[in-house]
Design a protein. Structure first.
Ligand code: FAD
Length: 416
């Protein structure tokens, strides 16, 4: 008999989940565990969109597993301590989980001494083994990477879904009680109030996205600041693994085959390749991406505490930037364009350390994804691989291009 634990980390789904598939294959019985760590302050009842999304997703996963006769143990604490205490009381063979290679998550996994951990990479669109180069030799520019992977047709294989083995109780382990929130989603992601936050909700959302012709105009609209439809909003589902990039790619290809393919539909893939690029950069540069100087040898900003307070209080001297901060804090989302403008302002005008800026986004973004967040921040700051070195945006020019009618600035400064 092989009793294994499946540890859900950022992949809160049962389908197309490669580590789960391996766990199912190797187990006669399974216990499902989610560990509440720094990513979620369950006891913090303050309304926070990021927490609300994750808590909804966990509640729903608990329900879905319970319908299959299983329990999801949501436990608070340090993984190493929790797992060794479980291992003392039960004959656990192994822990299976998604491999996450950012420093904190890597250390979290390495700290587990018992039982043995089998962690498997699963969060990219492209399988690292299918790349024509070793991922540790990733090209240093996105364009070279993209051209290499596009030199042959991109195909993906979805993991098969197998029935779950028997459940195994973890005696003496108490699951935390998860709070329930009202529907609080606002702004560009207010559509979330109409979806169940779970893998079925993610599937329905992606189906709805491709049910009309938004994808055909994606490239023209993706830089807008406000609304449900200017970009795909796949990120909120992807960040929590409610859907995989492979599943999205499959829907995109179906749409192209059954409707039309154009530059815009291709551009959705183009952006998903950026997502992979920032993941693969972590294989190559690992912790260096988190060093103050990143990969470069140049000065970093000496952050003034007053400016950090000004940032949190949306008191920056620019009404347009204040609107961006308020949107982030009050909705948990920002368009890609506004993320770029705000990040540039924080780094180059407020002279705040880029890593403090990255933490600020981490605190609020519903779609927070360690690889994409760190990758974009280091890119804008100019401490990454990009040979052009940093991206400083002219706020006035951006405002005149993307908010000429003042709608965005007014909305977020007046409705928070
Ligand atoms: P779309 O424009 O519809 O793009 C489709 C998908 O492609 C996205 O869901 C996302 O998975 C991927 N994608 C698009 N742009 C990028 C990009 N620049 N880098 C990586 N992947 C991309 N994205 C996150 O998912 N989590 C983050 O924590 C995050 N932090 C960011 C921080 C900064 C400073 C910047 C400039 C960008 C950040 N992004 C992050 C990338 C991007 O802004 C979001 O992925 C995008 O705005 C999400 O909206 P969407 O799903 O509608 O994107």
């Amino acid at each position: 008999m092989s009793h294994n634990i499946f540890w859900f980390r950022n992949n809160l789904r049962l389908n197309d989940n490669y580590p789960l598939l391996q766990c199912i294959k190797d187990s006669t019985c399974i216990s499902f565990v989610y560990i509440v760590n720094r990513n979620l302050k369950i006891l913090d009842v303050e309304e926070n969109h990021k927490n609300k999304f994750l808590i909804d997703a966990l509640n729903q996963l608990q329900t879905n597993l319970s319908n299959l006769g299983h329990e999801l143990y949501v436990i608070q604490g340090e993984p190493s301590v929790l797992f060794s205490s479980i291992a003392k009381q039960h004959q656990i063979n192994k822990i299976y989980c998604e491999k996450i290679i950012s420093p904190y998550e890597k250390d979290e996994e390495l700290s587990i001494t018992q039982p043995d951990v089998v962690s498997l990479w699963d969060s990219s669109l492209l399988n690292t083994e299918d790349l024509e180069f070793d991922v540790s030799n990733l090209p240093d520019t996105f364009t070279t990477f993209r051209k290499k992977v596009e030199s042959k047709p991109i195909t993906v294989t979805l993991s098969e879904s197998l029935p779950l083995p028997k459940p195994a109780d973890l005696l003496n382990i108490k699951s935390c009680k998860l709070p329930k929130y009202e529907n609080i989603f606002r702004g560009s992601v207010d559509f979330l109030n109409h979806y169940t936050i779970c893998e079925n909700g993610a599937q329905s959302f992606v189906k709805d996205y491709f049910s009309d012709n938004k994808a055909l105009e994606y490239k023209q609209t993706r830089n807008e600041l406000m609304g449900n439809d200017f970009s795909t909003k796949f990120s909120v589902w992807l960040a929590h693994g409610l859907i995989s990039a492979r599943q999205i790619f499959t829907s995109l290809k179906n749409y192209e085959e059954n409707n039309r393919a154009n530059e815009s539909t291709y551009w959705i893939l183009f952006e998903l390749l950026w997502r992979d690029y920032f993941r693969f950069l972590h294989f190559k540069y690992d912790r260096k991406l988190y060093f103050p100087f990143g990969l470069k040898n140049k000065e970093i900003n000496e952050t003034s505490q007053v400016n950090i307070i000004n940032l949190e209080e949306a008191n920056t001297g620019s009404s347009f930037i204040n609107a961006g901060i308020r949107e982030l804090q009050n909705s948990g989302f920002l368009s890609n364009r506004m993320r770029q403008i705000l990040a540039s302002f924080i780094i180059f005008e407020m002279k705040i350390d880029w890593r403090v800026g990255a933490d600020f986004f981490q605190k609020y973004l519903i779609d927070f994804d360690i690889y994409s967040n760190q990758g974009n921040w280091i890119y804008i700051a100019g401490y990454g691989t990009d040979p052009r070195g940093g991206r400083r945006f002219n706020v006035e020019k951006q405002k005149n291009t993307y908010d000429i009618d003042n709608q965005y600035e007014m909305y977020w400064n007046e409705n928070t």
